[in-house]
Design a protein around this ligand. Structure first.
Ligand SMILES: Nc1ncnc2c1ncn2[C@@H]1O[C@H](COP(=O)(O)OP(=O)(O)OP(=O)(O)O)[C@@H](O)[C@H]1O
Length: 296
């Protein structure tokens, strides 16, 4: 049983939604921990600040939000000497990292499965001086997140993600890059380079058999061309290891350290948040943070 638990919830969300989520979560978690502190965040970046400044006071922090909120929590707790356990209550649109951990997508069921779940130490990526849980990418992925119509996202969620992706596929031109994946150096052109830890993006499971999130290794995907060829390949792909790297528009590598340079500095997307730029040096921090996962 955890002694001290912190529940972080977006204080700016709709009052009715917030009230309902609070009742649900505190009902499930409150009886299973000695002390539950509820904190409403007030601004973007507040989750990160609270996790960094107060994380050491708790055994477990529950974050109710999507991948962007989790991204903040990871960046706050990764700097702590003894980070608390993180429980993700999927309250965003995509919730990709929670999907990768097999967490149910209803908040009530997520809370129930986590409070009776296991603690697992999982890998976390660091891109220059910022951490990420799920992925880091440039090209199509950053264009897609940037293109998402926020109103549409709220209404149709994941569908809008793919409408945006399909629109972007036709627009994007390949860019030259230099990628160093451990000892292998690749100089080529691509429409997207993706470094993944988790295995869901835009609510969909990657159609590749990727590694675990506690093996210290990233999957690196280089998507050489967009349009029909990519979509056909993406849809038909069964496992990453079925790709013949020279013959397809998707190349796959695995690496612990990745250097990525582009001719011109490009926007990068980490966990759905766009605020970084290339060049980047990415490292996998083996089993860096403890997470609650459903018991299997
Ligand atoms: N209290 C807050 N006030 C303002 N912004 C916040 C607050 N809490 C979180 N945010 C920011 O809001 C953005 C969206 O939140 P979040 O990622 O949780 O939801 P989402 O985008 O719907 O989910 P997903 O990324 O899973 O699709 C993130 O950039 C996050 O940092």
């Amino acid at each position: 049983m955890f002694k001290r638990a912190l529940l972080l919830i977006n204080g700016n969300s709709e009052q009715a939604d917030k009230q309902k989520s609070l009742e649900t979560v505190s009902g499930v978690i409150g009886s299973r921990v000695k002390e539950l502190v509820i904190f409403q965040t007030q601004y973007k970046g507040h989750t990160e600040a609270v996790c960094y400044e107060h994380g050491h006071e708790y055994d477990v922090i529950f974050v109710l939000g999507g991948d962007g909120t989790l991204h903040e929590c990871v960046n706050g707790t990764a700097l702590l000497k003894e980070p608390p356990v993180i429980g993700i209550l999927p309250g965003g649109t995509c919730n990709d990292f929670s999907r990768s951990l097999g967490i149910p997508q209803s908040i009530k069921r997520a809370a129930e499965s986590l409070i009776t779940g296991d603690v697992q130490y999982l890998d976390i990526g660091r891109a220059n001086d910022r951490y990420f849980a799920n992925f880091y990418g440039i090209g199509l992925i950053a264009e897609t997140s940037g293109n998402i119509n926020e109103n549409l996202k709220n209404v149709v969620g994941k569908v809008s993600y793919y409408i945006s992706a399909l629109q972007t596929v036709h627009q994007i031109k390949p860019f030259p890059f230099m990628l160093q994946a451990d000892d292998e150096t690749i100089q080529d052109e691509a429409v997207m380079v993706l470094i993944t830890n988790g295995n869901y993006i835009g609510t969909n499971q990657l159609p590749f058999q990727t590694g675990e999130m506690n093996d210290g290794i990233f999957d690196v995907f280089v998507i050489r061309e967009g349009g029909q060829a990519l979509l056909r390949e993406y849809i038909n792909a069964k496992t990453a290891f079925s790709f013949e790297n020279d013959q397809t528009s998707i190349q796959h590598y695995q690496a612990t350290e990745v250097r990525l340079e582009t001719q011109e500095s490009m926007d990068a997307d980490s966990d759905g948040e766009i605020y970084m730029k290339t060049p980047v040096f990415i490292q996998n921090f083996y089993k860096k943070l403890p997470f609650l996962v459903p018991y299997v």
